[in-house]
Design a protein around this ligand. Sequence first.
Ligand code: FAD
Ligand code: FES
Length: 257
Amino acid sequence: MQSYITEVKESSLLYGNTYILWIDSPAGISMFPGQFLMVYIGDTYAPLLGRPLSIHRLRNNGNDKEFALLFEDTGQGTHWLSQRNPGEKIRFVGPLGNGYEIEPNTQRTLLVGGGIGCAPLIWLADNLSTQQKDVTLLLGGRTKNQIFPPELLPPSVEIIATTEDGSFGQKGLLTDPFKDLLSWSDQVFSCGPRPMFEALYGILLETGSSKSIQVLMEEHMACGFGICYSCAVFPRKGGVKLICSDGPMFDIREIYA
Ligand SMILES: Cc1cc2nc3c(=O)[nH]c(=O)nc-3n(C[C@H](O)[C@H](O)[C@H](O)COP(=O)(O)OP(=O)(O)OC[C@H]3O[C@@H](n4cnc5c(N)ncnc54)[C@H](O)[C@@H]3O)c2cc1C
Ligand code: FES
């Protein structure tokens, strides 16, 4: 784990209330889909706490490597980030956490992203399609404004979008197509709100499936590396896990069974 100060290369409002920042990637840094960064807000130490954000995507820009953050403007920190311009500096610590695990023999992959939970799944979809895997990405939101633009994904990725108000894709919840595709998939990866994870786990029980789902858990984080316990999660069968250092990726059964 290391701290970096690096430069914003591009900043834009991508859709709805969701922004993308492309940032110069420090030399030698290695990142995996599902890992996150603690991004510090402001040029001073106030506010003190970083904000955990997933690594959203990587790209080459000439000889330079860049990574992206995709975030909703929901509060002080993400608003500050949304106002950054190319040339300005960003401080972050990371990459942190374990990230998704792709089994070598996997061919059919199902990615389930609720709302801004799509952020780390887009890079995972890029990565899996480069490895010639079959990728189906489920994108769910309350309205069209919460759906990541499908045209920005590799053409080989099959996208199924659902919105609760029917303004884009199928009307309903992600859990509807998830139920249909569960048996097709070799591996399932997800990120989104906890009620969605509970619903996905309910479907595993209802269908008697023995599959696992790799979920990225979220919790408020003060340190990001196992000191403060602000990110503790309590698995149903007992004990405690720290999302920042034991996760953020967990097998859904580790938390909900
Ligand atoms: C591992 C991980 C990855 C994440 N990846 C993304 C991402 O890629 N895109 C994205 O938009 N959001 C992501 N989040 C949620 C994001 O961290 C919060 O939206 C953000 O911290 C809100 O900060 P704020 O100052 O704008 O809001 P405020 O509400 O003003 O935040 C106040 C405090 O609460 C914390 N906080 C508020 N909401 C959350 C939350 N849901 N999770 C954790 N801490 C929270 C903040 O860190 C801050 O300390 C992720 C969270 C985690 C734990
Ligand atoms: S954020 Fe401090 S222990 Fe996890």
